[in-house]
Write a protein that binds this ligand. Structure first.
Ligand SMILES: Nc1ncnc2c1ncn2[C@@H]1O[C@H](COP(=O)(O)OP(=O)(O)O)[C@@H](O)[C@H]1O
Ligand SMILES: [Mg+2]
Length: 358
């Protein structure tokens, strides 16, 4: 029915007006051919309602008056005025019918106005919402891009700035150690050596932190290299066992996809250590349903499936990143214990300018 109404709505107004007039005449013809004892009033309401709803109020009034006169004519053609107990009766009936028809016209056109204004409001609100959603998505994307850029900058600064300077200081300590031992001050020389060793260890820490912020080669080393990087970083940073395995032949080319997957896996392993107290984490890359799946599984206490977790930024950003690579994220308490994070994805990142309303 809505389809018929939509189709009718698309027809030219004049054609619809002609149609309602013809329909009124047709009903009038049948009314005339049957005895006036049988009331046809309801049928006349069809062309009248169509005229009001599809063409307009004025056409509705015209068709209503036309229908009232058609009924009068058909009645008079069937039985002469003299056959009525009072000659005024057909005209009285005409006025009554006209009253009913015009009331219907008035009510329908009022209803149509309300409907139209509601529809306009809904359209305006929908457009506003659409704009707000797109704006929010743009902001989210920008925040992620800025954070990615800042992490990269910070990582490079730490590596090239603090890292290099401290390496220089460690070297100076080594030289000092040498000089002190040449001056036969073995105790002082040992102390200088210890300082050099301490600085070396700090440099290692700084390097590792810098690598965590933005691993070298993340942008051009491929997914395997990125995950391997993460794996070794997790082992050295948290002291837990971390394994990475990938189905052979999986080649993810898109750098954005690699960066998003790396960050998803990084958040998942950090959660596994921080919240799950995991001692073993497995990162797995496989083919699934024509796409790919990245799974991070830990042997920790397992995530509690509650509303409270929804408030976490980490899970939210992981989901957002999965969406950015046309994927989906699933976080479950694994049957074997621990938590399993699965990201199903394709090798396509969402175009930054693409409008996406989920
Ligand atoms: N691997 C996990 N094991 C146990 N609990 C987890 C794990 N990952 C997430 N959670 C739970 O989900 C919550 C939300 O995680 P997340 O969104 O990353 O936020 P955050 O790490 O900032 O607390 C955590 O506070 C924790 O309670
Ligand atoms: Mg987290």
């Amino acid at each position: 029915m809505p389809n018929v109404m939509e189709w009718l709505d698309r027809q030219p107004k004049w054609a619809l007006a002609v149609f309602t007039v013809v329909l009124s005449l047709l009903i009038g013809f049948v009314d005339w051919k049957t005895s006036p004892e049988i009331a046809f009033t309801l049928f006349y309401l069809v062309p009248i309602s169509m005229a009001v709803w599809l063409v307009g109020r004025r056409t509705g009034i015209f068709v209503a008056i036309l229908c009232a006169f058609i009924v009068l004519t058909s009645n008079l053609l069937y039985a002469r005025v003299s056959q009525y107990s009072n000659p005024a009766i057909p005209y009285w009936n005409l006025l009554m019918r006209l009253g009913v028809f015009l009331t219907v016209v008035y009510l329908l056109s009022a209803l149509k106005n309300i409907y139209a204004s509601l529809e306009k409001k809904v359209e305006a609100r929908t457009a506003e919402l659409r704009k707000e959603i797109l704006e929010r998505q743009r902001m989210e994307r920008e925040i992620l891009e800025v954070s990615e850029r800042e992490q990269k900058r910070l990582g490079q600064d730490m590596h090239d700035g603090i890292g290099q300077q401290m390496t220089g200081v460690a070297f100076m300590c080594k030289v000092l150690q040498q000089k002190l031992s040449e001056k036969s001050l073995p105790e002082d020389a040992a102390e200088a050596g210890e300082i050099a060793g301490q600085i070396h260890r700090t440099v290692e820490d700084v390097r590792r932190m810098a690598k965590g912020l933005f691993p070298v080669g993340l942008e051009d080393g491929g997914l395997d290299a990125a995950m391997e990087n993460l794996r070794s970083n997790v082992e050295s940073q948290f002291g837990v066992s971390c394994f990475f395995s990938a189905n052979p032949g999986i080649q993810i080319e898109n750098t954005n996809v690699i960066i998003h997957l790396y960050r998803i896996a990084q958040e998942a392993v950090t959660n596994a250590v921080r919240h799950g107290n995991a001692s073993e984490i497995r990162i797995d890359l496989s083919r699934q349903n024509g796409g790919y799946a990245l799974t991070v599984q830990d042997d920790g206490i397992g995530i509690v499936q509650s509303g409270k977790n929804a408030a976490g930024m980490g899970l939210h950003i992981m989901r957002y990143r999965a969406g950015m690579i046309r994927g989906a994220l699933d976080v479950q308490k694994a049957e074997s214990g621990g938590t399993r994070v699965t990201c199903l994805f394709t090798d396509q990142a969402v175009d930054p300018d693409e409008e996406r309303i989920a």
